[in-house]
Design a protein around this ligand. Structure first.
Ligand code: AMP
Length: 190
């Protein structure tokens, strides 16, 4: 199974990604997590990414694409993978297409979690208290939402045009959302 999970910041992508990945026995690859790990280890990649992340902007495509290319070449991605937070721009979609073509594989599903705007802000502010992420201040949250709307939301149409899109209601309890996701994925793979 090769899939992408999409949705605005706070939609619950990370939470659901690990559950889905466990079920299919594939790695959940979160570009945000990889960037954060590099920031906390103080690597050159982390130093490059941090200023963008702190401002709620996207890390430049060349940096992100190279990082994903390396990660997808790891042997654990052979049976499949779940990408969380990538692609996020039309240019990244094209780059991913090239990586998959070169490997002779293709995507099975693009899962989109939909959540109302006010709920998103509430969830992110709550996460800020629990996890203390530097980019979970109200101002940066609003900027991340704008960037998502401008640069990432258009990808939904792109993947819908390829007949890969599965939209799932991301409102409610975590377990309820997981049940909906599994139901939707079962219908796709049946
Ligand atoms: P996330 O944990 O997915 O919300 O990502 C946190 C931050 O990492 C984002 O706000 C971006 O600054 C950066 N980031 C993660 N994934 C990407 C990507 N695909 N392209 C560019 N920047 C990214």
């Amino acid at each position: 199974m090769r899939l992408i999970i999409m949705g605005p910041p706070g939609a619950g992508k990370g939470t659901q990604a690990s559950t889905i990945a466990d079920r299919y026995g594939i790695p959940a690859i979160s570009t945000g997590d990889i960037f954060r790990a590099n920031v906390s280890e103080g690597t050159p990649l982390g130093r490059e990414a941090q200023r963008y992340m702190d401002a709620g902007e996207y890390v430049p495509d060349e940096v992100t694409n190279a990082m994903v290319r390396d990660r997808l070449a790891e042997p654990d991605c052979e049976p499949g993978f779940l990408l969380d937070g990538y692609p996020r721009t039309v240019a990244q979609v094209e780059e991913l297409d090239g990586m998959l073509d070169a490997a002779g594989v293709s995507l099975d599903v693009v899962l989109v979690l939909t959540v109302e705007d006010e709920v998103l802000v509430r969830r992110l502010l709550q996460r800020a208290q629990v996890e203390g992420r530097a980019d979970d201040t109200e101002e940066v949250i609003r900027r991340r939402q704008e960037v998502y709307r401008e640069q990432t939301a258009p990808l939904i149409e792109v993947y819908a045009g390829r007949d890969l899109l599965v939209e799932v209601d991301g409102m409610g309890e975590v377990g309820e959302v997981t049940t909906r996701i599994f139901g939707a994925l079962d219908r796709v793979s049946a």
